[in-house]
Ligand binder design. Structure first.
Ligand SMILES: Cc1cc2nc3c(=O)[nH]c(=O)nc-3n(C[C@H](O)[C@H](O)[C@H](O)COP(=O)(O)O)c2cc1C
Length: 347
């Protein structure tokens, strides 16, 4: 369970709880936060994240002489329930086990260095067959996708719905944050962080900063430059999406593929950053969903959906979008995890 809870989650939300039932079984509850603007299509990012947790369990199980399997049990209100079963097997130290604790999102700019073919192949093989991987490597493609992420940033920094989320999760005081994201891990320079701290004190100040063009400045540092200074963007596509519970299981398996990719990338000395906001806001734009009270940003989301359709082809089939590359230096600031004790429910 310690290995499991080092799985990544959107905004480091850590939406899981565990109930141990005897020697071999654990019930995992995954809480989907209603009303969070990033949790598009009924909480898909949370399910991807739950899949990364299941992959950590599978990797840890094999290291401790077990074989793990899981079954989706369904949903009760906002909580998904998954039964995990551990069977006795052979102990086989897993090449990705130690990496579970080392893997971390890196939002800074990387080296402008292409991925060697053998590394790309190892990453593609790690994904398996539940999703297909699409690579966008040329400078032109990276610039076009960076423009999409920049557009998504322009939307999220201008809507009060995302402001509330950012205020809750940004950690201004710590380099290692157990229950949020350290501001020092956002890839922003010190001056921008200072301005941001002032402007995020209340929505009125943020709106004033937006009026002065703050989102364009932030987008340059958080999207445009990081996109150019990367090896590649990549996306996971689910060509035959199911519905209902079968769709949930598909997303959990896609999350397992995300974690295998991310851990393999870490082992290969690569850094990675998901860019899910593009998928979220282009979904809202394509579906015409009223995700914000701000009408201008709804129009902007429609534009993002049109542009994403040109650059990414059928973005509604994508379940994960991220960039990858060689880091320029070791990262000092990161999200850590809440104490495991509080995540284990008494039987
Ligand atoms: C499904 C999913 C979506 C995410 N989306 C983003 C994103 O759009 N931008 C970003 O910078 N990080 C994103 N992250 C990274 C998380 O913020 C990060 O994993 C979490 O804060 C924990 O930090 P760690 O990965 O360093 O352990 C995402 C992670 C997951 C699992």
């Amino acid at each position: 369970m310690d290995a499991a809870h080092w799985a990544p989650s959107g905004d480091n939300a850590q939406p899981w709880r565990f109930r141990v039932e005897g020697e071999h079984d654990v019930i995992v509850s995954i809480h989907c936060e209603r009303g969070n603007v990033y949790e598009y299509r009924d909480g898909e990012p949370t399910l991807i994240s739950a899949g990364t947790l299941l992959e950590n369990i599978a990797i840890a199980a094999s290291t401790f002489g077990k074989t793990a399997s899981w079954r989706y049990l369904g949903r009760e209100g906002s909580d998904h329930r998954i039964a995990v079963h551990l069977e006795d097997g052979h102990s086989l130290p897993h090449a990705l086990f130690e990496t579970i604790w080392r893997r971390s999102v890196d939002r800074r700019i990387y080296r402008m260095q292409a991925l060697p073919t053998d590394l790309k192949q190892q990453l593609t093989e790690a994904v398996g067959s539940d999703v297909t991987v699409e690579w966008h490597e040329s400078l032109g493609e990276r610039r076009r996708i960076a423009a999409l992420t920049n557009l998504a940033t322009g939307i999220r920094l201008r809507i009060p719905e995302a402001f509330e989320v950012h205020r809750r999760i940004l950690d201004w005081n710590r380099l290692q944050s157990p229950d949020g994201i350290p501001v020092t891990a956002l890839g922003l320079d010190a001056m921008t962080r200072t301005i941001m701290r002032w402007s995020m004190a209340n929505w009125k100040r943020t709106a004033f900063g937006n009026y002065l063009g703050a989102p364009a400045f932030a987008g340059l540092q958080m999207d445009v430059l990081p996109g150019i200074f990367s090896a590649a963007y990549f996306a996971f596509r689910m060509p035959q999406p199911a519905t209902g519970d079968a769709r949930v299981s598909q997303l959990l398996r896609a999350g397992q593929a995300v974690q295998r990719f991310w851990l393999t990338a870490t082992n290969l000395g690569l850094s990675m950053q998901p860019c899910q906001a593009v998928l979220a806001f282009s979904h809202y734009g394509a579906a015409g969903e009223a995700f914000t009270v701000n009408g201008r940003q709804r129009t902007r989301a429609a534009r993002l959906a049109r542009e994403a359709a040109q650059v990414l082809t059928r973005p509604e089939e994508l379940v994960f979008l991220a960039r990858v590359g060689f880091p320029r230096s070791r990262q000092m600031s990161r999200s850590t995890r809440k104490l495991l004790d509080g995540m284990i429910e008494a039987v």
